[in-house]
Design a protein around this ligand. Structure first.
Ligand code: GSH
Length: 201
């Protein structure tokens, strides 16, 4: 299989962490692409009509896309149990929260990097940050016992999201007032799967 990827995409990192954690790294060739909304990559568009990475090109079926679909497919393939039946709705909701954080953080990055300076809209950027802020507060206040439980997909997604906020929006200091989440992230970041997938900007 081929994974259309980029070294700093948090959505790609989710998939890479899953590949490491489930022992499937050797089954996938990474194909690096440069793909943005204003500079789309033709290979990506051919695999995923929505034009986003990650996309997983398989030998025996159509390409899979959206990190949530790919992660679930890889979990199923390895029978890894990252989506445990008895906690499924919590896991999926937390994965959606992590993806929402990544999406808002990525839109902030695009606004600063891709939109001409005279067209940038600070209120809109702040509105994206509000989504992240609220989500991290919810994780810190409601979900720490889940995060300290047995590894599941939500842990991986949340770790990838927090690390992306560190990479692009470090100045926002998300750890302030969120000691529990910060300590969890520090511990999780020491996993071999996290160390091996650190972004190389
Ligand atoms: N919901 C998608 C989001 C993927 C995404 O936004 N990927 C970014 C790179 S980090 C991308 O390819 N953006 C190009 C675009 O928006 O056109 C997923 O989970 O895979």
């Amino acid at each position: 299989m081929k994974l259309l990827s980029s070294p700093t995409s948090p959505f790609v990192r989710k998939v890479l962490i899953v590949l490491h954690e489930t022992g499937q790294l050797d089954d996938v060739e990474l194909v690096a692409v440069a793909n943005t909304p204003t500079g789309p990559d033709a290979t990506v568009a051919a695999a995923n009509p929505v034009g986003k990475i990650p996309a997983l090109i398989r030998d025996d079926g159509p390409a899979l896309y959206d990190s949530r679909v790919i992660c679930r497919f890889l979990d199923h393939r390895a029978k890894a149990g990252l989506y445990p039946e008895n906690r499924l709705w919590d896991v999926l909701t937390l994965e959606a929260t992590a993806d929402g954080v990544m999406e808002a953080a990525l839109l902030m990055t695009y606004e600063a990097r891709l939109r001409p300076e005279d067209k940038q809209f600070p209120d809109w950027v702040e509105a994206q940050w509000t989504k992240i802020d609220r989500s991290l507060t919810a994780l810190n206040s409601m979900w720490m016992s889940h995060l300290h439980g047995r590894l599941d997909m939500s842990h991986i997604a949340i770790a990838a999201a927090l690390s992306y906020v560190d990479l692009r929006h470090d100045a926002r200091n998300w750890r302030a007032g969120r000691d529990a989440l910060a300590a969890w992230h520090k511990g999780f970041s020491e996993r071999p799967s996290m160390l091996a997938t650190q972004p190389q900007p």
